[in-house]
Ligand binder design. Structure first.
Ligand code: OTU
Length: 637
């Protein structure tokens, strides 16, 4: 289906019309700037089409969502609140279908989840589909999961429980089987223009010169020859994922319309998948180009006009200097994405656990870019993807590490080949050119639970549980929206992923198991079991977050210089109470000098995880292996 942007009369009721007019007027300047920068002399015509799409879709917005829009305009910080706890999962692996999610709401509510990311829900191509990231039909829900009506029912149920549904918007590419690609193959110029199709090998070579290889094991290079198109089609990821041409305003209008359809079904957050890749320019590596932010700004303003309840989350796994662009640097400040993955935090947590030294983490995290005070981080320890060791060379050198050797070490450590490693992971995409070896594996297996259980080592099990709880406490404590990856809350181990032939060549499925509901049952029934201890540890931190205004994301976490190499120290200078967080990232007991804390906090503080008061006058504070402390001097009276 093609976006319906024909002009034509749409009649809105007077109050909807009034809201539309007010918002159009308010957001138009920012919408226009983005458009005019990328579409030049086609911007004017594009703006007219955008207005037509918005008016039509505005008429269709259900009343309860219009009410949500109003509520969100009164509560613009909804994503920043300490109670925002996220959970991410494949629907079929969690509950079978969209309808089935209602049967597991109690589990989500037990964790205080308010942000639910369901992995790609739109109809993918047949066969290998990159976990749903190869969409063949944008207007249909994956048939095994349900229908668009089921989606609307689900979002209504979730809303009633204060949970926002997050959906992927796979902006960089579509499946080669998508109607747009089929029409391009059939020779329709309009649709050839939706893609990047090059005619000669020389052209391909000119572009390739500066392009990295994202999936070197799956699809070498960034172009794939297509006989029907008689050309080289740009496909950054797999050969069956064709990159879209965002320089074509038709693509913009298609996605705006799609977003409107989904927003009207109650989707509240769009995760902009692989957004860093959507603009191409010869002579560059075609990542993070400024036009991306112009496009996002225009999309963001357009959607604000008709669905202010909606937010954007950027999937941009890029270095700190490029990252700020997605929050909005310079003229884009606060006008693009509301939330971005904190990839560096994730990588540094794993790095510190392996080295038992926080020096690199301290250096790397203190380079975390400032974000607009209206935005938030998505913090996570594991997600559906592999872990790439995005350690900055300069940061590594600054802390006396050889960057290449350190990345090698992390790959060895987490694939379990480094002597003494507790981890059980797998190498994903061994890239001989760069030496990069990314890692797959479930959080629990990477944290040592699998090897400890196998070798019947109770002390090893204790250490692994403590690491798992610490990782969750850290992503909850950093501020932002912590994203818990399905199964991690009960310590699910690596899965036997190869049993599904469709997944056998993509070992990221090792950490995308079917939810083990009997582990959840056990966690509730037996608090001293392994799942019980993990579950209670994670929930302790969630409950503490719920009670603590200090975690509001308008305040940024600052990394403080720690006097101890095994303890990372974060501060959260919130006006309601200053906080210091301490995390012992090692299996050793640590004596931490109190004077460091006394200079930052009042003498008596409350430890928020346990609710105990602490006296900061003694000389030293003892931290047990992997112990976490959230100290706040907020008056508890
Ligand atoms: C995303 O990943 C998804 O998370 C993956 O599951 C998909 O396979 C991929 O897109 C293609 O749709 O490059 O190595 O800047 O680079 O998140 C995976 C961030 C990817 C993206 C990254 C992306």
């Amino acid at each position: 289906m093609v976006a319906d942007d024909s002009p034509g009369h749409v009649s809105l009721d007077p109050s909807t019309q009034q809201s539309f007019d007010l918002r159009w007027e308010h957001y138009l300047p920012d919408l226009w700037i983005g458009l005019s920068r990328v579409y030049g002399d086609r911007a004017d015509e594009t703006l007219q089409r955008i207005r037509a799409i918005l008016l039509k879709r505005c008429a269709e917005r259900p009343d309860d969502l219009k009410r949500l829009d109003e509520a969100r305009l009164l509560e613009p910080d909804w994503l920043q609140q300490p109670t925002m706890i996220g959970y991410a999962t494949y629907t079929d692996h969690f509950s079978g279908t969209l309808k089935g999610i209602s049967d597991h709401l109690d589990h989500l509510c037990d964790m205080g989840v308010r942000y639910l990311h369901l992995m790609p829900l739109l109809q993918p191509r047949q066969g290998t589909d990159d976990g749903g990231y190869a969409v063949a039909d944008h207007r249909t829900i994956r048939t095994d999961l349900g229908t668009m009506d089921d989606l609307a029912d689900l979002t209504a149920t979730l809303r009633a429980h204060g949970i926002s549904l997050v959906m992927d918007l796979i902006v960089n590419h579509v499946a080669a089987e998508h109607e747009w690609a089929r029409r391009a193959r059939a020779g329709q110029q309009k649709y050839r223009d939706y893609f990047h199709i090059l005619s000669t090998q020389d052209e391909v070579d000119a572009w390739e010169k500066n392009l990295p290889d994202v999936f070197p094991d799956f699809a070498h290079g960034n172009f794939t020859w297509d006989d029907d198109c008689q050309g080289w089609v740009w496909a950054t990821f797999n050969e069956f994922q064709w990159d879209l041409n965002w320089a074509n305003p038709d693509v913009f209008c298609e996605f705006l319309d799609l977003m409107r359809v989904l927003a009207n079904r109650g989707v509240e957050v769009f995760r902009l998948d692989a957004i860093a890749f959507i603009w191409k320019k010869l002579g560059t590596n075609c990542q993070n180009l400024p036009e991306i932010h112009d496009i996002t700004q225009s999309l963001r303003q357009a959607i604000r006009i008709v669905a202010p309840a909606v937010a954007f989350m950027a999937d941009a796994i890029v270095g700190p200097d490029d990252l700020t662009g997605y929050f909005g640097r310079g003229r884009h400040w606060g006008k693009v994405c509301d939330m971005i993955y904190h990839n560096s935090l994730m990588v540094q947590l794993w790095s510190a656990l392996a080295t038992r030294d926080v020096s690199l983490m301290e250096t790397a995290l203190s380079r975390t870019p400032d974000k607009p005070s209206t935005t938030t981080w998505a913090t996570y320890a594991r997600c559906h993807d592999d872990i790439g060791w995005t350690v900055d060379d300069a940061d590594a050198r600054k802390t006396g590490l050889d960057p290449v050797a350190h990345r090698q070490f992390l790959s060895d450590f987490y694939s379990g080949t480094f002597p003494g490693s507790f981890a059980r992971g797998l190498v994903f995409q061994d890239n001989p050119v760069t030496g990069d070896r990314r890692i797959s594996g479930s959080l629990a297996s990477l944290a040592g639970l699998e090897s400890a259980l196998e070798s019947d080592d109770p002390a090893g099990v204790d250490a692994a549980i403590a690491r798992i709880v610490m990782l969750h406490t850290a992503i909850l404590g950093y501020g932002g929206v912590p994203l818990i990856w399905m199964g991690d809350e009960v310590g699910m181990l690596n899965d036997d992923w190869q049993r599904d032939p469709g997944h056998a060549d993509d070992n990221r499925w090792v950490h995308r198991p079917m939810m083990n509901w009997s582990m959840v049952k056990q966690a509730h029934a037996e608090p001293h079991s392994v799942p019980g201890r993990i579950w209670n540890g994670v929930r302790r931190a969630i409950n503490a977050r719920h009670r603590s205004p200090e975690f509001h994301a308008s305040v940024d976490t600052v990394v403080l210089p720690s006097p101890h190499r095994k303890v990372i120290m974060w501060g959260r200078p919130h006006p309601e109470g200053r906080m210091i967080e301490l995390y012992n990232i090692s299996e050793h007991e640590v004596w931490f000098p109190m004077e460091t804390l006394r200079s930052e906090l009042d003498d008596v503080v409350t430890e928020l995880l346990r609710g105990f008061d602490y006296d900061l006058t003694p000389m030293n504070l003892r931290l047990a292996p992997y112990e976490c402390l959230w100290l706040s001097d907020r008056s508890q009276a």
